[in-house]
Design a protein around this ligand. Sequence first.
Ligand SMILES: Cc1cc2nc3c(=O)[nH]c(=O)nc-3n(C[C@H](O)[C@H](O)[C@H](O)COP(=O)(O)OP(=O)(O)OC[C@H]3O[C@@H](n4cnc5c(N)ncnc54)[C@H](O)[C@@H]3O)c2cc1C
Length: 389
Amino acid sequence: MSEPDGFRAETRAWLEANCPAPMRTPITSAEMVWSSSRTVFLDDDQRVWFERMRDRGWFVPGWPREYGGGGLDARQQRVLEQEMLALGCRQPQYNLGVWMLGPVLLELGTDEQKREHLPKMARGQARWCQGFSEPNAGSDLASLRTAAVRDGDEFVVNGQKIWTSYGDRADWMYALVRTDPAAKKQEGITFLLIDMKTPGITVRPIELISGKSEFSQVFFDDVRVPVRNVVGGVDRGWSVAKKLLDHERAAMSKFTEGGAPSHDALAAAAPYLAAAGPVWRDRLAGALMDQQAFALTTRRMHEMAQARQDVSALGAIMKLVQTEQESAKYELLQQVMGQRGLSWEGDGYTAEEHDVCRLWLYTKVYTIAGGSSEIQLNLIARRVLGLPG
Ligand SMILES: Cc1cc2nc3c(=O)[nH]c(=O)nc-3n(C[C@H](O)[C@H](O)[C@H](O)COP(=O)(O)OP(=O)(O)OC[C@H]3O[C@@H](n4cnc5c(N)ncnc54)[C@H](O)[C@@H]3O)c2cc1C
């Protein structure tokens, strides 16, 4: 690949000089820095890495500089990703705003919305959550019922969201609400930005079997939201949501590129693999080849995007393949490791062995969040293969 401007060499030198050594090790979920108005750092290395990347605009390298971004073109962004990957640099921060809402606001937001929200995302000062799913509207999102009724310059919102990841820690929510109950179900929906401090919002964390609570239920009781917080027009939220979900799928399909916590699961399983027979080793080689083929396909997709070809529909394929492939890989490791691959806590096991079990469980999550695998197959049928709905 030709590097006309020396950007790769400069980027590598900067990363080598500025990324503290502990920030070049695989990250665990407990070590992820979720940026917000109350960002918490576990140590100085995390803070320094966060601040240096923030000040360079590299939380959002492709966004314009006027909104706090790095102003890089598509090729330079890819070079930055590759160099971070090569050095094993951790993501300096995580935020749904940056991954999903930001690109939508850049395309469809009003100037006021861009000025208010994008710089805060780019500087890691506001955490966003996603208020789409409801108790009877998950895969069938268009059946959502949370209502927003116009009252002058405001909407009054009533209803309930569920499975809102980290709703209890978010500063803002981007939500889908029903503004025209008489319209066909996709047509009466509006995309709203809601300040989580607004009176009338109650967040109830849902406790999981692990004892942790990553999800919430969010209740809206006469919550007043300014009309200026509508993105993309009243009753036009469905097309905004579809764009946002394209960005969500793209973010999820990058998980093996350092977007999510990852331990060297293979290293944990190495002693078992050495003892395993040729059949198991053959299956593992197959899984690794699939992983490599996926990485190459991702690269091809980036090059198509750079050539300004529309790759948005391919996101469904990438999300499906990536999440199912990871799931299959961990299934295989579990089988090879036997009972030790199921250890969760307790003595006599290494931390890596415990992590294999945790990450195996997490792979299930990724095949549901962001639209289940069956829904991705439906999308591929319609948007890629052009089959009837
Ligand atoms: C880790 C995680 C984080 C999440 N975070 C958020 C969040 O922050 N905000 C948010 O709004 N939501 C969030 N969700 C919710 C997620 O979007 C939904 O769980 C998902 O869309 C599926 O909806 P459901 O759970 O209602 O299942 P259902 O829609 O009831 O589906 C149940 C099963 O039926 C299958 N199915 C349904 N319809 C079809 C169909 N037409 N064709 C074929 N099969 C079908 C599904 O694939 C699934 O296997 C999260 C979920 C997870 C697991």
